[in-house]
Write a protein that binds this ligand. Structure first.
Ligand code: GDP
Length: 323
């Protein structure tokens, strides 16, 4: 195990975005770190308003921050609401990072996404391929905001010596996911479609696009564990990929989800919907070298996500509300 260079024990740790899938998983994971967890509801501070974020930070003075707040959504939501995805994400990360610097936060982790990488980056995608090519147009608005967040952390490190780091999770799924079919990502969409087809005795489920794009998936509890690990053991300018290191085609995913859910019908395609980027597998080499690897396999993870869906532990959002 790598050495702990930043202990969270006894610290005041602010989780921005605690109601979202990632933020709530980080809150669950932090319970065993012996820290005091701080959260801010929208009534306490609207993260898109600089004065409100500054006032909240001044009053609560966290020692460490996990910046997991974001306006998130799947391929269609990104494509439909570009202004919201770019503006909201830029403004909230800028507000939190600047306020964290002002009140002297010791350590901050910014969370991004694998969509920051060029559409045709060599696979598996290494951290160094950032800004080496054009982005996937369907989610470039979100991606540009997330790239700006990485750069903000690097800039504050360079100019002020701030210990601000960035982690880039792959496609995440699990408890707290968004199961709204218009704004969700593929995993929760397929879980819901398979469940509704099974209970409604429908002959098939519809997969958007050709089913040939490849995607990597990580259970959100694994992601939270990796983030806490990095917070304690990593301090450098380069962002770190957080993934499983393995990918599947969308069709393979649909088949696995059908198996877990117990749906025995067929799979059809809606070719009017976009495929998006053909493949998005991140290199897990850096994270492995830093002493972390995932524990939850894909089938086990989907079983857990389906359990959470059945228990109603999910967020029904209209169009990618701030996580
Ligand atoms: P992406 O990883 O940014 O492209 O976002 P998504 O998770 O939304 O989509 C991943 C892939 O799954 C794309 O090729 C989608 O076309 C495909 N897909 C298949 N069925 C669905 C669905 O019901 N919902 C979503 N969001 N994507 C789907």
């Amino acid at each position: 195990m790598p050495e702990t260079i930043y202990s969270l024990a006894g610290k005041k740790v602010y989780v921005a975005g605690h109601r979202g899938m990632v933020g709530s998983a980080i809150v669950r994971r932090l319970a065993s770190e012996g820290c005091e967890i701080l959260t801010a509801s929208r009534g306490d501070a609207d993260l898109t308003r600089q004065a409100e974020v500054e006032a909240w930070m001044e009053k609560n003075r966290p020692d460490a921050v996990f910046l997991a707040a974001a306006k998130v959504g799947g391929i269609l939501a990104n494509d439909t609401y570009p202004a919201d995805f770019l503006y909201d994400n830029l403004i909230l990360e800028a507000n939190i990072i600047e306020a964290a610097h002002t009140v002297g936060v010791e350590k901050l982790m910014f969370l991004g996404s694998s969509c920051i990488y060029p559409k045709f980056a060599d696979q598996p995608i290494v951290e160094e391929s950032l800004l080496t090519g054009l982005l996937e147009p369907t989610n470039e608005w979100y991606a540009i905001a997330k790239i700006a967040g990485i750069k903000l952390c690097q800039a504050y490190r360079k100019q002020h010596g701030s210990d601000f780091i960035s982690a880039m999770p792959t496609n995440l799924y699990g408890p707290g996911d968004n199961f709204d079919l218009k704004s969700s990502h593929v995993m929760p969409a397929l879980i819901r479609k398979a469940h509704e087809a099974k209970t409604g005795h429908l002959p098939d489920i519809t997969v958007w696009g050709t089913g040939t794009p490849r995607r990597e998936f990580l259970h959100v509890d694994d992601c939270a564990d990796a983030c806490v690990h990095l917070m304690k053991t990593y301090s450098a300018e380069t962002h770190v990929n957080v993934g499983s290191g393995e990918d599947v085609t969308i069709l393979e995913l649909a088949e696995l989800v059908s198996k877990v859910v117990g749906f025995q019908g067929s799979i059809s395609h809606d070719l009017t919907k976009p495929d998006g980027t053909p493949r998005k597998l991140m290199s897990a080499a850096k994270l492995r070298a830093l002493g972390w690897s995932p524990r939850i396999g894909l089938e086990q993870g989907i079983t857990d996500a389906y359990r959470a869906f059945l228990k109603g532990e999910y967020l029904e959002r209209k169009r990618g509300d701030a996580a």
